[in-house]
Design a protein around this ligand. Structure first.
Ligand SMILES: Cc1ncc(COP(=O)(O)O)c(C=O)c1O
Length: 433
């Protein structure tokens, strides 16, 4: 089959394809499954009960159910939901936003496909790039660019903490000088909390990036899939600085209902200046006509009443904190005094494990674990970027962590997660000198 360049780039092998395939495909018969791989959120009873109640209310309310399933919303989103999001953000954070600042997409993953391609690729001034100022960064961005070699990444600075922890930091000077030297950068993008590491960029770091974006007249895209106000999978006690939500006209903030219990209803939320929102609506009409309505319909009154935020604070955050702490205890016991470190867990639902002495690439460790039924995501996929041979731009390839890290989703059934972690400790020990 002779696919176009677009087809060859986007329809081939990719990390996110492997990850999503692993998530849903059964293992060979007889291999017990310990799924520590993809980003499935946990099932949290209080959250599920609230959506069930909302669904029952919808079913009982005249023809509200039929109205919801039987009509397309506007390409920008369901009008009442756009209004509800804007009202919530105004009252919660005092942001000066209206429905013209909000667009809904089929999951925030699709929002990134639109945004990253809106700000990269050819224009009359040449070819524009997206700058990811801190790798490792979310696997799901790596292959989203339609044009080739338009994603540039800068490596994180590593701070070692105690015997078994570390933390990545943005190298602000490097970012500032890269932007000064490269006027072709069309946008800066970060996830906060960061997938895969659990890092949460501090207010200071976000302020600095936002000022740089303003100075260069480009947007700063902040992926808030795990952040505040919902799902609030952030652990402030693990952080040294504070991490408030930020928005201004230089910022494009994305949110999602996935990690607060609705991954299958594909509801991504974009907050941006009206020009960008109009573009997202136009793109959505071409790609999808409109976004699915059900997540918006179920979430709307929970958003208006404040219940969504309350659930995030009182059910979701404590749930993940408990799962995280239990997983960490098992790691301490299973890995003992060997050299191992995890990134400081400030948010999101992953442990980012660094095995300094690992003698094979992480992809090899992933394959060995898969044979034992333990599914994780090898670290290599989270280091990506343009490969043009300059020292600056291939630094991601030479990052000392690239082949020595794994991403582990700690949020599943504790018994399976703990079993998986013990097998991981055993298998990786065999691969250390
Ligand atoms: C950092 C990050 N951004 C975006 C997404 C996309 O999520 P969704 O499309 O379900 O909103 C994910 C999913 O795991 C993620 O981890």
């Amino acid at each position: 089959m002779n696919f176009s360049l677009f087809g060859r780039k986007l329809a081939g092998e990719s990390g996110i394809l492997t990850l999503m395939d692993d998530l849903a495909r059964p293992l060979p018969e007889g291999v017990p499954h310990r799924p520590l791989g993809g980003g499935n959120p946990a099932r949290i009873p209080a959250v599920e009960q609230a959506y069930r109640r909302e669904m029952e209310r919808l079913m009982a309310d005249g023809d509200a159910f039929e109205q919801t399933i039987g009509r397309y919303d506007t390409p920008q989103g369901r009008l009442s939901f756009l209004e509800a999001i804007a009202a919530f953000l105004r009252s919660e954070f005092g942001w000066d936003v209206g429905p013209e600042n909000v667009a809904i997409t089929n999951g925030s993953q699709s929002a990134f496909f639109y945004l990253l391609n809106l700000f990269s690729g050819d224009d009359e001034s040449g070819c524009k790039n997206i700058l990811f100022p801190l790798v490792p960064e979310y696997i799901g961005y790596a292959d989203q660019g339609i044009a080739r070699d338009t994603f540039v990444t800068l490596p994180a600075r590593v701070e070692l903490i105690g015997d078994h922890e570390f933390k990545y930091h943005i190298d602000r000077d490097l970012v500032a000088s890269y932007l000064n030297d490269h006027p072709e950068v069309g946008a800066i993008c970060v996830s906060r909390p960061t997938n895969p590491t659990g890092n949460v960029l501090t207010d200071d770091e976000i302020d600095a990036l936002s000022r740089l974006a303003g100075k260069h007249d480009i947007p700063l895209i902040i992926d808030n899939a795990y952040g505040l106000p919902f799902p609030n999978i952030i652990f402030p006690e693990m952080m040294t600085g504070s991490a408030k939500p930020h928005w201004n006209e230089d910022i494009v903030l994305t949110m999602s209902l996935s990690k607060i219990g609705l991954p299958s209803f594909r509801t991504g939320i974009v907050i941006a200046k009206p020009e960008i929102i109009t573009a997202i609506g136009a793109l959505n009409s071409i790609v999808a006509l409109a976004s699915g309505s059900m997540g918006q319909a179920l979430g709307e009154s929970m958003l208006r009443s404040g219940e969504l935020k309350t659930l995030a604070d009182t059910a979701v955050q404590p749930f993940y904190r408990d799962r995280l702490n239990r997983a960490k205890e098992v790691m301490i016991e299973a890995f003992g005094d060997r050299p191992w470190r995890i990134h400081r867990s400030e948010g999101a639902l992953f442990l980012w494990l660094y095995l300094e002495k690992l003698s094979v690439p992480a992809t090899e460790l992933y394959s060995r674990l898969k044979e034992r039924g333990v599914i994780v995501v090898p670290g290599e996929y989270f280091f990506f970027g343009r490969d043009d041979g300059t020292d600056e731009e291939v630094a991601w390839k030479n990052h000392p962590h690239r082949e020595k890290c794994l991403r582990i989703n700690y949020s599943g059934d504790p018994e399976l997660v703990h079993e998986g972690l013990r097998i991981l400790a055993e298998v990786s020990a065999e691969l250390e000198p």
